[in-house]
Design a protein around this ligand. Sequence first.
Ligand SMILES: NC(=O)c1ccc[n+]([C@@H]2O[C@H](COP(=O)([O-])OP(=O)(O)OC[C@H]3O[C@@H](n4cnc5c(N)ncnc54)[C@H](O)[C@@H]3O)[C@@H](O)[C@H]2O)c1
Ligand SMILES: O=C(O)C[C@H](O)C(=O)O
Length: 311
Amino acid sequence: MKITVVGAGAVGATCADNIARLELAEEVVLLDIKEGLSEGKGLDMLQTATLLGFDTKITGSTNDYGKTAGSDVVVITSGLPRKPGMTREELIGTNANIVKGVTENILKHSPEAIIIIVSNPMDTMTYLALKASGLPKNRIIGMGGILDSARFKTYLALAMDCPPNDIHATVVGGHGDTTMIPLTRLATRMGVPVSQFLSQEQLQKVAADTMVGGATLTKLIGTSAWYAPGAAVAVLVESIIRNQKHVFPCSVYLEGEYGQSDICLGVPVVIGRNGWEEIVDIQLNDEEKATFSKSADAVRNMNDVLATLDA
Ligand SMILES: NC(=O)c1ccc[n+]([C@@H]2O[C@H](COP(=O)([O-])OP(=O)(O)OC[C@H]3O[C@@H](n4cnc5c(N)ncnc54)[C@H](O)[C@@H]3O)[C@@H](O)[C@H]2O)c1
Ligand SMILES: O=C(O)C[C@H](O)C(=O)O
């Protein structure tokens, strides 16, 4: 197996590091436009192989897509991150052209690849990559919901003072400060509804904290997060490479599911060797359905902006 990560910045490098440690491929290629960055980070990571005990080869590439040829999975993280006070949506003007160009270059050398989109605004970038590539819909996956769900579980665990791995909870909808939907009603602590442990007020705070989870970290760090994003991409790649069939919330192209069409939005999907293989239908209640529909409207408005850009 061969996996390429485009963008050797904070998120891309963390993805490559996690993927190498998990030995998901014989080779991981890290590509960036900044001269020497991917070669340097790649070599630094390779020098952890004897310390951490993995055998993955890591290759750096300054914009040479020839080195990515024959990749099975490609992760696109290239593009600007937000600064404190910005929304992810404000990145569209710069990142749309980057994501479109990278997708086209990747496919010239890896026509069979499954592509994971990380760059923001992620749902719109996923839609753009799908339209620009013409690939079958199951091979384009936007990563956001796995990260948002990890944050949701973390905040729930902190509120209940329990281990995060005892929590099952999911976030659907857009990967935006106002578009993501933490499904509090369905969250459980080992199968027991979280409402048995936390008041409605506490649950509302957990949901609100989850929604601005990325903004909170951006304010603290000065740029957006990378540890949890990199780990979230790695579990997604692992489910593809090892055909694990995990159900993860991912941004995928909807054709009537959840009442939406011609849009990429976060819903639970089965992830295996073919990419996303099936959409899992959560029985949303009327209030959740209305929130999902509002989220879709906001993402669709962003998708409409693509037509005004040269992307
Ligand atoms: N979907 C998510 O859950 C999620 C999570 C975290 C970050 N992000 C997004 O991921 C993106 C990257 O974040 P980061 O913190 O790694 O930023 P970063 O600035 O650290 O790294 C981005 C890298 O992309 C490279 N790049 C720019 N244009 C390129 C091109 N045409 N080809 C190849 N490389 C190119 C830059 O040189 C830079 O090294 C941002 O858009 C951020 O908002 C998304
Ligand atoms: O918050 C951001 O801008 C980056 C990313 O989407 C995140 O959720 O960490």
